[in-house]
Ligand binder design. Structure first.
Ligand SMILES: [Zn+2]
Length: 178
């Protein structure tokens, strides 16, 4: 009994909060979720699911689309440059977590850094003001990962589900049969 069973060694170490990356829309002086009206007027947020087919506090539910979303990797440097409203940043997430191919859904999230825009104009001032209001740092894109690492741990790539699962298996089987 000197070695742990393999399954235990491979179990995710989710003691640390998980790092995620996402974008928001800057509406007035408040960050808002891109695909719904959730306002991030505080640094941390907990998800509820009042409309789901499950207990509203058990979020995210496997069969539902609820929870707070983030990507495993930072959004491309230019992804937030297309409009004045888009702001990128890093969060840490904890509680119930669902891992997907390119990102995750979680029960709780806290903003740890916002990304400074490429432009030097009023958008940059707005991002700095929001960061100041939330009490988080605003850093250039190239520093986002290192700042996030001070607050949590990335999901190891071995734990991430494959981006495409079923079609690959199906075509492989099909080619064996034919
Ligand atoms: Zn739900």
């Amino acid at each position: 009994m000197t070695e742990l069973p393999e399954a235990v060694e491979a179990a995710p170490d989710l003691i640390d909060p998980i790092i995620g990356y996402r974008q928001w829309r800057l509406v007035g002086d408040t960050l808002t979720s891109l695909f719904n009206d959730t306002r991030w007027d505080r640094v941390s947020l907990s998800a509820l699911c009042p409309g789901g087919d499950h207990h509203p506090e058990v979020v995210p539910d496997h069969a539902c689309s609820c929870g707070i979303y983030a990507y495993y990797d930072p959004c491309p440097r230019t992804a937030s440059a297309v409009t004045r409203e888009l702001v990128a940043g890093a969060v840490v997430m904890w509680g119930r977590v669902e891992l997907h191919g390119t990102g995750l859904r979680a029960e709780h999230a806290e903003i740890v850094a916002l990304e400074l825009p490429l432009s030097l104009g009023s958008k940059r001032r707005s991002v700095l003001e929001v960061a100041d209001h939330l009490g988080v740092t605003a850093v250039p894109h190239r520093h986002l990962r290192s700042v996030a690492r001070e607050h949590g741990a990335p999901v190891d790539s071995s734990l991430r589900p494959p981006r495409v699962r079923q079609p690959v298996v199906s075509s492989w089987r099909w080619s064996l049969v034919s």
